[in-house]
Design a protein around this ligand. Structure first.
Ligand code: ATP
Ligand code: MG
Length: 408
């Protein structure tokens, strides 16, 4: 249980004005985040609770498609980046001088690391296929790191990498990832406005890649959605075609929406296994290239997209499964012991609880903080509620209030 009397962070009396989005202003006022500098943020306790819940949903869906979680080094040597030729090409690479005239990179993505790392474990077709992922901070020297958590210079990403014996196997797994991603966005309540969007596959493959774009008025991207079959297309594809023709049904009927990219999936084919010479021998003793796919979810951007998606002028209305906690108990000090017992009971039932047991803080102040944090259930334990039963329970969304008695 989280006792506010022992909690470091305080809410702000009024919401700071943020010009380009409403959620950041709510998050600052409620004490969820503080900005360190453009593109770098500090996550305070309640935001971290939300983060862990989102992370766990992503983790469960990755485990369900057989992926193993690993944690790779964020620092990596120049040599590996030279092998793929990307040291001088990736313009967002943070380069660090190191001892003995060596140079390191702070990884913006991990293909250069995971490919040689996994090479050791691949000899024959019997070693394939497999899947590894991590949830880790990435570093990119983004030119435009202004839109708060949307585009950070340090941000959290889930990156999954798959290794296969053939293009066919890769594409089968690719479809599994699509299903897993759909589950993630549905479980985070943004599924109906998150479009799997066809996008360019890079100059080393004729296949498309796919982005997951959540429609949002302040999103950075434009997506073109076919009004006949609802397939979504990235702007890059349209520019190549000069006008819109749906890639699935051929219709020209479309609408353009602003959206934010919360994930993407990419059939890498042999781009990285060629660079690091990752081969396997098949059942006939013939040597073949290993095929790879990579699949990202920008977890910190996703969190911000969720926050913005569920914000109105007044509040950030958390979906119940990712709210920082489920219950907020308001209690004045004379009833603290009763409230603590109640919190313990609720926790036994699997609920998560904040107790507002701050001394010398008025009831109205506690009620206003409970409103601001928008915890799904608010409980009041007072002399009055104890007289008429036990406690008052208010469901934040419906505003319904009831008195719960001890015998219930
Ligand atoms: P974008 O086009 O938005 O720059 P990207 O194509 O560079 O994204 P990837 O390199 O594939 O994206 O990264 C995977 C995911 O990480 C993206 O789908 C996005 O959600 C997130 N992401 C990428 N760059 C950032 C950033 N600077 N800050 C926060 N999240 C990011
Ligand atoms: Mg980018």
């Amino acid at each position: 249980m989280l006792q506010l009397s022992k909690f470091p962070v305080k809410t702000l009396k009024s919401a700071p004005k943020i010009s380009d989005n409403i959620s950041t202003s709510h998050l600052l006022q409620a004490g969820f985040i503080r900005q360190e500098m453009a593109g770098a943020y500090n996550y305070l306790p309640l935001w971290l609770k939300v983060l862990r819940k989102i992370e766990n949903i992503v983790r469960e869906e990755m485990n369900a498609i057989w992926a193993q979680e690993i944690l790779m080094s964020a620092l990596w040597s120049r040599e590996h980046w030279m092998e793929t030729g990307r040291w001088d090409v990736v313009d967002v690479l943070f380069k660090l001088p190191a001892a003995e005239w060596k140079e390191y990179a702070l990884n913006p993505t991990h293909e250069e690391l995971v490919t040689p790392l996994m090479k050791e474990f691949i000899q024959s077709y019997k070693d394939l296929e497999f899947w590894v992922y991590q949830i880790q901070n990435k570093f990119r020297n983004e030119k435009r790191a202004k839109s708060w958590l949307l585009r950070g210079r340090e941000f959290l990403m889930k990156d999954l990498y798959s290794f296969h014996t053939s293009e066919e196997k890769l594409l089968q797994y690719y479809e599994n990832v699509k299903i897993a991603y759909r589950k993630v966005y549905d479980r985070l309540w943004i599924g109906k406005d998150t479009y799997e969007t066809i996008s360019w596959g890079g100059d080393f493959t004729t296949l498309n890649s796919h982005e997951y774009q959540t429609v949002l008025s302040i999103g950075e991207d434009n997506i073109y959605i076919c009004q006949d079959c609802w397939v979504s297309h990235n702007e890059e594809l349209i520019n190549l075609e000069t006008w819109f023709v749906c890639q699935k049904c051929g219709s020209k009927n479309h609408k353009i929406y602003k959206a934010s990219e919360v994930g993407n999936i990419f059939p890498l084919m042999t781009k990285f296994t060629d660079a690091f010479d990752v081969k396997y021998t098949d059942a006939d003793g013939k040597t073949n290239m290993v095929y790879m796919g990579c699949y990202g979810i920008g977890i910190s951007r996703l969190m911000w997209v969720i926050a913005e998606y569920f914000s109105d002028e007044k509040w950030l209305v958390w979906p119940e499964n990712i709210a920082p906690v489920t219950h907020y108990i308001i209690v004045m000090w004379e009833n603290f012991d009763t409230a603590k017992k109640l919190a313990e009971l609720l926790e036994k039932e699997g609920k998560e609880v904040i107790i507002d047991d701050r001394e010398k803080v008025w009831f109205w102040q506690k009620a206003s903080d409970a409103d601001l944090l928008w915890i799904p259930y608010r409980i009041v334990v007072s002399d009055k509620t104890l007289e008429s039963g036990w406690y008052e329970l208010k469901q934040r969304l419906s505003q319904e209030t009831q008195i719960i008695s001890l015998d219930k």
